[in-house]
Design a protein. Structure first.
Lengths: 114, 108
């Protein structure tokens, strides 16, 4: 079965550093998402992306965050200047072609900001 | 204010029991997703439904659009069903609202 792939599985960084989390969505999917889950808390929506544009973003997704689909296969989440409170598991997901299908999740990137 | 409410938060059942998890939402949604989060943290989509009922194996999901309510049922529960079950509702723009999850433990 096709999979959404996320790298790295773990990322440790110092506060104030930039991090890029990478995702390879399923190849024929057109809608891409980033979510995060702080330890012990519920999953939170960050952003949805379609046709090379952000279609929706949450209040969490402030100017420190950006997403990009640089080469037609990768889908990246960049955090420009990490804060301690950015420590969380970040999940990428995709679906398509209408965005009204089941979601396929990657296995997540555990980000630890020290 | 939570746009999506789940109940119960925690549920312990004996193997073989019939389980129901409920989800109510207040946002206008295009569909409703039921997700399963394994103890290791991975998330799997169980169902996406916009009306009626869907069944997959021992799992059944129903939705009542007028009442803004969905249920996930597990028949003949098994210890391997132990996980966190999450209800998620996207609005028409695909902004997702998540429930807090129901932690299910099935005891042999």
């Amino acid at each position: 079965e096709p999979e959404v792939t996320q790298t790295p599985s773990h990322q440790v960084t110092q506060m104030g550093q930039e991090v890029i989390l990478r995702c390879v969505p399923i190849s024929n999917h057109l809608y891409f998402y980033w979510y995060r889950q702080i330890l012990g808390q519920k999953v939170e929506f960050l952003v949805s992306f379609y046709n090379n544009e952000i279609s929706e973003k949450s209040e969490i997704f402030d100017d420190q965050f950006s997403v990009e689909r640089p080469d037609g296969s990768n889908f990246t989440l960049k955090i420009r200047s990490t804060k301690l409170e950015d420590s969380a598991m970040y999940f990428c997901a995709s679906n398509g072609p209408s965005g009204q299908e089941k979601l396929f999740f990657g296995s997540g990137t555990q980000l630890s900001v020290l | 204010k939570n746009e999506v409410e789940q109940s119960p938060q925690n549920l312990t059942a004996q193997e073989g029991e019939f389980i129901t998890i409920n989800c109510s939402y207040s946002v206008g949604i295009s569909a409703l997703h039921w997700l399963q989060q394994h103890p290791g943290g991975g998330i799997v989509s169980l169902f996406m439904l916009s009306s009626g009922k869907k069944k997959h194996g021992r799992l059944i999901a129903t939705i009542n659009i007028q009442e803004k309510h969905s249920s996930l049922h597990i028949t003949a529960s098994h210890p391997r069903d132990s996980a966190v079950y999450i209800c998620a509702a996207p609005n028409t723009g695909n902004q997702f609202y998540f429930g807090t999850g129901t932690s299910l433990t099935v005891i042999p």
